[in-house]
Design a protein. Structure first.
Length: 102
């Protein structure tokens, strides 16, 4: 493409970005050197998916390791609706009066 009789002589790909923002482009397209631009991260305030094994907000952390996905859990005696509300994963008691048990 640059009239030297060789195809893509030594050009490869460029990679940039992390997580779901990672992008790879051909270094040379149509005889023009390219630059790599990461894909767009979600807008601020966008709810993240925190259980899909992906770095959705492109900050290098996946799901539970991502501080944006961290959840707080109740201690023993705190009211709860389901086990995920309790650090012990033990939400027991009568309906409407459940508390973290351990």
């Amino acid at each position: 493409e640059d009239c030297d009789g060789q195809i893509d002589n030594g050009f490869g790909t460029l990679s940039c970005g992390i997580g779901e923002c990672a992008n790879t482009v051909d270094e040379c397209q149509g005889g023009v050197l390219q630059s790599c631009t990461p894909l767009a991260a979600p807008e601020a305030g966008t709810e993240l998916t925190c259980d899909d094994g992906l770095d959705n907000d492109c900050d290098g952390d996946v799901d539970g390791a991502d501080g944006d996905c961290a959840t707080s859990c109740g201690e023993k005696g705190d009211s709860c609706v389901d086990n995920g509300d309790c650090c012990s994963n033990n939400c027991g008691g009568k309906p409407g009066k459940k508390v973290c048990r351990k």
